[in-house]
Design a protein around this ligand. Structure first.
Ligand SMILES: Cc1cc2nc3c(=O)[nH]c(=O)nc-3n(C[C@H](O)[C@H](O)[C@H](O)COP(=O)(O)OP(=O)(O)OC[C@H]3O[C@@H](n4cnc5c(N)ncnc54)[C@H](O)[C@@H]3O)c2cc1C
Length: 463
């Protein structure tokens, strides 16, 4: 059967899938006939510093050795490991004559822009069998008559339609806006409101922040919502870029403190080999899996960022429960906590919502109504997953009555099967970005890209 997979997003995941396909084909295994990768910005765009998310100067948190082939224990055997290693971080450094230096400098974490160079290097060596389309995916639908994906793409040469049997959605998704959204008009900068993407989008913003701070010195105030890695990289950047100013960053936290994520072998192995230890990831209770992710991944900071924060007198952690309000007053942002918060109302010069990203963006925004309804109906028909989350179907119906998107948000992550697609849903829909709870915490991240591509292709290889 002709099998065509469409991947939306040409980041590490898309490139890892492409590389594994290339290697499998070389070794005469052919899981699919065609791979199409679509990206609106180009190759590895989220890492270079021109597309938001980073300025390229931040350091990767994960070890770079956790590259597109990691953990090099392929389901398809040793030959595949050896072939994949040709596209490893080490091979890239050897090829670009940087290996010795990297080792002798103590294997520093690369900057995002170095990681971007690595990803492009892999792409250039493995893309021979891929059709790449540079364009913005604007609509995703299923053609009911023949059960295939129909993807509408806006390109520089006009609209295009791409059809395929399976769809892989990648990328961190859309920044979350808890109560305030940054202004859409680029020329309308005041008040200064940013999110985890827009903060990085234009260096010009920084000049603007500097002007505001110069004007308000010495008491300029930044409110930063969130206490995870998104917040940490922004704090790091603010401390560096605004070092000449006196200002305060109020880190607004749901908790009374912030928590650290010191990595260790016992936790790390769940990211790269979720099924390799005495017990499979899925065999642990949902409560234990959630707890693991909360302690190691969500809303926790790496120890090197915490050290930087520890040494700065410009940072204050403020507990803020969920009952707060925010309003614009001229060029200021007024934060109004309720009476149970220790913080009284405060006027901020800058507000950053760094609470993270919503990976379900494509389903919420690009799926047409019929396709989204089809997914919702599929969830409703799978009571076993609903009852993992809710005490009863009645509770679930109450939520569903409010908003089907809540059902998608709560239940869909539990329905991701071993091959990282939605269990029982056809045409196949692969959602690695929400596979953490059901298949292993490394799949949404960079920690298991080799395993991710194995999992997708394994059932497709003709035995
Ligand atoms: C700057 C940054 C640093 C990070 N650091 C780490 C880290 O150190 N360790 C770790 O494990 N995780 C890290 N993460 C988490 C990260 O989300 C995932 O690890 C990463 O997203 C995996 O790569 P990806 O291929 O899924 O996504 P990405 O590399 O984000 O690629 C997604 C692509 O989708 C494209 N796209 C988006 N919308 C559309 C559309 N409508 N049409 C077409 N194309 C579209 C984008 O242009 C982008 O190129 C980081 C994320 C970012 C953004």
């Amino acid at each position: 059967m002709q099998m065509k997979i469409i991947v939306v997003g040409c980041g590490p995941k898309g490139i890892a899938i492409q590389t594994k396909l290339q290697v499998l084909k070389k070794l005469h295994k052919k899981p699919i006939s065609k791979l199409v990768i679509i990206d609106k910005k180009g190759i590895a765009a989220n890492w270079g510093g021109d597309s938001g998310f980073t300025d390229g100067e931040n350091r990767l948190c994960t070890l770079p050795d956790k590259d597109i082939g990691f953990p090099y224990s392929s389901i398809f055997g040793e030959q595949v490991n050896a072939e994949m290693f040709k596209y490893s971080w080490s091979s890239f450094l050897i090829d670009t004559n940087k290996y010795r230096e990297w080792i002798e400098r103590g294997k520093p974490q690369p900057l995002h822009k170095d990681w971007y160079e690595y990803l492009k290097w892999v792409w250039e060596r493995t893309n021979t069998n891929t059709q790449f389309i540079k364009g913005d995916v604007t609509k995703i639908q299923i053609v009911p008559t023949n059960n295939i994906w129909n993807i509408k793409v806006k390109t520089d040469n006009g609209p295009r339609t791409v059809k395929g049997n399976s769809l892989v959605l990648t990328g961190p998704g859309k920044p979350i806006h808890t109560k305030l959204s940054p202004p859409e008009d680029e020329n309308h900068l005041l008040p200064l409101i940013f999110d985890g993407k827009s903060y990085w989008e234009k260096k010009f913003y920084l000049d603007h922040i500097k002007n505001v701070f110069r004007h308000n010195a010495p008491s300029a105030k930044i409110g930063l919502l969130g206490t995870g890695e998104t917040a940490a990289t922004i704090i790091h950047s603010l401390l560096d870029e605004l070092r000449e100013f006196n200002f305060k960053i109020y880190c607004l936290s749901r908790h009374v403190s912030i928590f650290s994520r010191g990595e260790n072998y016992f936790g790390n192995h769940f990211f790269s080999c979720p099924d390799d230890i005495n017990k499979n990831w899925q065999d642990y209770s949902l409560k234990l899996r959630k707890e693991f992710i909360e302690r190691t991944d969500r809303g926790v900071l790496s120890t090197n960022v915490l050290n930087i924060m520890n040494h700065s007198e410009k940072i204050e952690i403020i507990y803020l429960n969920d009952n707060w309000d925010v309003s614009i007053e001229g060029s200021k942002i007024k934060l109004q906590p309720d009476k149970n918060n220790s913080l009284k109302s405060i006027h901020l010069d800058c507000f950053v919502d760094a609470t993270g990203f919503d990976p379900l963006i494509f389903i919420n925004d690009q799926f047409d109504d019929e396709t989204r309804n089809r997914l919702v109906n599929h969830i409703i028909q799978n009571e076993k997953y609903i009852l993992q989350y809710y005490n009863s179907i009645k509770d679930a119906q109450r939520d569903l009555g409010l908003d089907p998107l809540i059902l998608i948000k709560n239940i869909l992550p539990l329905m991701i099967g071993k091959d990282l697609s939605v269990d029982g849903f056809y045409p196949k829909l692969y959602l690695p970005m929400i596979a953490g709870l059901s298949q292993g915490p490394g799949f949404p991240k960079l920690s298991a890209l080799g395993l991710l591509s194995d999992r997708i292709f394994e059932p497709l290889i003709e035995k």
